[in-house]
Design a protein around this ligand. Sequence first.
Ligand code: BDR
Ligand code: CA
Length: 332
Amino acid sequence: LHSVWLDCDPGHDDATAILLALHCRNIHLLGVSTVHGNSDAQSTLLNAARCLQAFAAPESVKVYPGASKPILRSAQHAPEIHGVDGLGGVEGLPPLSDEGVLARIVTSSKAIEAIADALRKTWMDGAGSKISIIASGPLTNVALFLSVYPELSDGIEQIVFMGGGVGVGNRTAVAEFNILCDPEAAQIVLDTPVPKTMVPLNVTHQAIVTPAIQARLVATPTPLRHTLSTLIRFFEDAYKATFGFDDGPPLHDALTVAYVSCPELFKCKRYRVDVELEGKHTVGETIADIWDYRRADDTWGPTGKNSLVALELDVPAFFDLLLDCVAKCDAV
Ligand code: BDR
Ligand code: CA
């Protein structure tokens, strides 16, 4: 069983990551934190609370507010992909006035304190089990957490983040959105000596929600399936209009949770990865040293091959997992 913390910026595909984190058999979701990204920090916080409620999270799973801006830069959002509030076009989520939604939101402690508490309880005081941190938005919260609580990093099993691309971007020719939003945070995370897996566009673009998958999703009409199909349709239209994707949208963030649950669905290579922080045309690019020019060592930190990079996905098995989680959520 993997104890998991999910840091996210919902976001259509983040919502599917939340669903998987709640219903994958071998994942125990400890808590959720939110960050600026697809929308402003207040919207992503409320969206996460609404998703937890809609996806039948146990009452113990709460959401904590995180950073509203990157470490050095100003915040940028993606209204053309996710709508102004981050979950454009999604029908059937509980309203913000819903008592259950409000009860999810903790304002007395911030994201990084909540992650620290979870680590103390689960790893230091508890059964000694480590935590996997999954990040599906800009890496600001994770970088701040690692900087403020370095003594807790030994309790991190792995950090799995959706972000970056090897030779491909989606916000500039070479920069992916999550990394471009806070490149300094991404470099801090990459320099931290704990095992990491980067889930870049190269692999997330394989997870296309085709018409055949959408048909399987709505084969049984339930309120949850209706919500998810409106989510996918909005995302599909955005991807068609912005990138010319004709066959459906890529479900980027869901792959991070699938990786923790079923790493055997992925083919990964371990590389030295750095983030371009200054380039004229390349700020936010993730540079994976695929020929090992740097002669990096075998550590996960600043001199080493610091990250696994997921490059291939067993696509049918991934969508079976997703639809299995939908069925489980429907049965709650
Ligand atoms: C990433 O950016 C956001 O639009 C998505 O939620 C995903 O995390 C893809 O580049
Ligand atoms: Ca995201």
